[in-house]
Design a protein around this ligand. Sequence first.
Ligand SMILES: [Zn+2]
Length: 287
Amino acid sequence: MRRNILAVVAAFIVVAGCAGTGDSGRARPVAVERMYVFNCGESTVQDMSRWTPGVNVGKPGAFSANCYLIRHAKGWMMWDTGINDNVATMPKGFQRGKLSPHYILRKPLRFALSEIGVDPEKIEHVAFSHTHGDHVGNGNLFTGATLYIQQAEYDIAFGAEAASKWNFEVTSYDKLRASKTVKLNGDHDVFGDGSVVVIATPGHTPGHQSLLVRLPKTGSVILSGDMVHLQDNWTQRRVPSFNFDVAESRRSMEKVAAIMQKTGAKLWINHDKAQSDAIAKAPQYVE
Ligand SMILES: [Zn+2]
């Protein structure tokens, strides 16, 4: 695991060091051209303390849920797919259980993609931070893509336990199982140039992962998935008790913190509404 972190950081430094220096005598294109961020669901909860153990007891709260589409010189990659587009047609929104977040969806992802002229079936790469319903809800739109998933996450999603524990989520992307699947056991450099790197961050679920993206102007960002839910949880290293493995969750936070320190990457926290509200949404994009 340690070796994996160092490999990712080393690859990143090599690429970062080469870019823009011009000392090779030829222009080196910036591999990631832009990234679209989509509002893929908004939710409210009655008791925020489920996510912030020890604080906010009995207080309501709100979460964002984003999807991300990366334009790389070698192709498109979708990261997380939000809650299912059908939620947009539900007059009262969607709530799975009494304590679960209550979701609304303002615009289906497939509409948002068509607005920017992107056919989801033509997207080459897709990955989910994990297989919960607010991240895999529209996975079946991307059946032409190669799926990158940790072996541990694949096992809980499609293994013996899947039918009883993960049913709602699995039916949202079961078609992807027939597509090309790359099962990972750790970090993975998607385009081989250090610009888009899957970082294994288990804890929230057994095979949770985050994504390092090197943007040409913004610099590097790490898309958190549910490695952490809120900025304050990050600062306090606070972990929801419902996570699959609390100790592992903390180790993943420290792993990400180390990568951030080495690379200068910023952490973009998927469910932190205040932070998400400040990020331009599609059809705008970040560079
Ligand atoms: Zn989530």
